[in-house]
Write a protein that binds this ligand. Structure first.
Ligand SMILES: [Zn+2]
Length: 373
């Protein structure tokens, strides 16, 4: 059974520990002890060697007491977005908020607490269960860096769940887009704007023409694109020779993602060339899309678990990426579960107390359902 008082106390304890992206070490140490005391073996990978960070992802394994059951993975991220130093959580009328000057950090400590409490309740029940893998990632915010560089050799789960969506417990996200970053550097030719403009090639105008020719926004029901940042020029009296454009494309359909990125690259290159300028365009895959079938083990087990504890099931897709994109890529079919966090990445972030407890019940029910097989 879920112990609500214990869970609330742990949630408060964890959100109070400072852990902006790349500085998760203090919270990781607490979590390592907690996982070890639950009977897990805990490893830490070296993901942080690929970016700035003071610790790697934690990968814990709880051994099976029933060999035939599948190995299930649960994951949440340890870091939070700024402002997130000295968070002071408070509970009022069934709702947990920060003091108002920071985020709450329920994104994603709600997920972490639900996993820990679900695991604890499973152990206390004494029921036989399959092996469980728990991955607490670093640097999810700002690029999914921890999961991207996660050491896949440490993963052996059959399927898994990322507790990191803002829907209510019972929400199961089974589709997410892949994303490309597109960077264009437009080269023109510098000249004095008053004395010899005919000697210049205006990189800003070339870029402007190119951008006007791009299809962006919502491309179709699975595909979006955006130009988000443009930089260039030095002064009004100089014909600018350099512009940088940063854009992105997303799609749940890999072929459509590739087609959209190709369109953006080729259009910018062609229009700049027609203008007399040139453009170097690079397309970089940030993460792949994933789609889990309704009858896949991850989805059907979560649905059965939600029914077991009377949570309304809501199967849906998302337009954003999460650690689940990388776990799917690394061979663990992973759905994203709603934990009820609201207004994340703002100082108004909150979570209903009930959603916190229901998330732990959901974790426990998934583990119980998995141990039936
Ligand atoms: Zn999150």
């Amino acid at each position: 059974m879920i112990n609500e008082a214990r869970m609330l106390e742990e949630f408060f304890e964890l959100v109070r520990i400072d852990c902006p992206s790349g500085q998760e070490k203090s919270v990781a140490e607490v979590l390592r002890h907690r996982l070890e005391s639950l009977g897990c073996t805990v490893a830490e990978d070296q993901a942080q060697q690929h970016f700035e960070g003071n610790c790697g992802n934690l990968v814990a394994t709880l051994p099976a007491t029933k060999a035939s059951a599948p190995t299930v993975l649960f994951t949440s991220h340890m870091d939070c977005v700024s402002p997130c130093l000295s968070i002071q959580p408070r509970l009022e009328n069934g709702r947990i908020t920060s003091a108002g000057d920071t985020v709450l950090g329920g994104d994603d400590k709600a997920g972490i607490t639900a996993i820990l409490e679900g695991l604890r309740a499973l152990k206390e029940s004494g029921k036989p269960h399959g092996a469980v893998q728990i991955v607490f990632t670093v640097h999810e915010e700002g690029g999914l860096k921890g999961s991207k560089h996660m050491d896949a050799a440490l993963l052996n789960a059959d399927f898994g769940y990322a507790l990191d969506a803002d829907g209510a417990p019972g929400e199961i996200v089974t589709m997410a887009p892949g994303q490309d970053s597109i960077t264009a550097i437009v080269h023109g030719k510098k000249a004095h704007a008053g004395l010899a403009p005919e000697e210049g090639i205006n990189a800003i105008q070339a870029a402007g023409n190119a951008l006007a020719a791009l299809k962006i926004g919502r491309i179709d029901e699975e595909t979006t694109a955006n130009v988000g940042l443009i930089q260039g020029g030095t002064a009004t009296n100089i014909v600018p020779d350099h512009v940088e454009i940063h854009a992105e494309a997303r799609s749940r359909n890999l072929a459509k993602l590739e087609a959209q990125s190709r369109h953006m690259k080729e259009t910018v290159e062609r229009v700049c060339q027609e203008y007399g300028a040139s453009a170097e365009v690079t397309v970089q895959r940030q993460y792949d899309s994933f789609i889990l079938a309704p009858d896949s083990p991850a989805v059907s087990l979560a649905v059965a678990a939600a029914h077991q504890i009377n949570l309304p099931v809501h199967i849906t897709g998302t337009g954003g990426g999460s650690d689940a994109n990388h776990f799917n890529r690394k061979g663990v079919p992973t759905a994203v579960l709603g934990v009820g966090m609201k207004k994340v990445h703002t100082t108004e972030e909150y979570i209903a107390e009930k959603d916190l407890y229901d998330s732990a019940r959901f974790v426990l029910a998934i583990l119980e359902q998995a141990s039936l097989s």
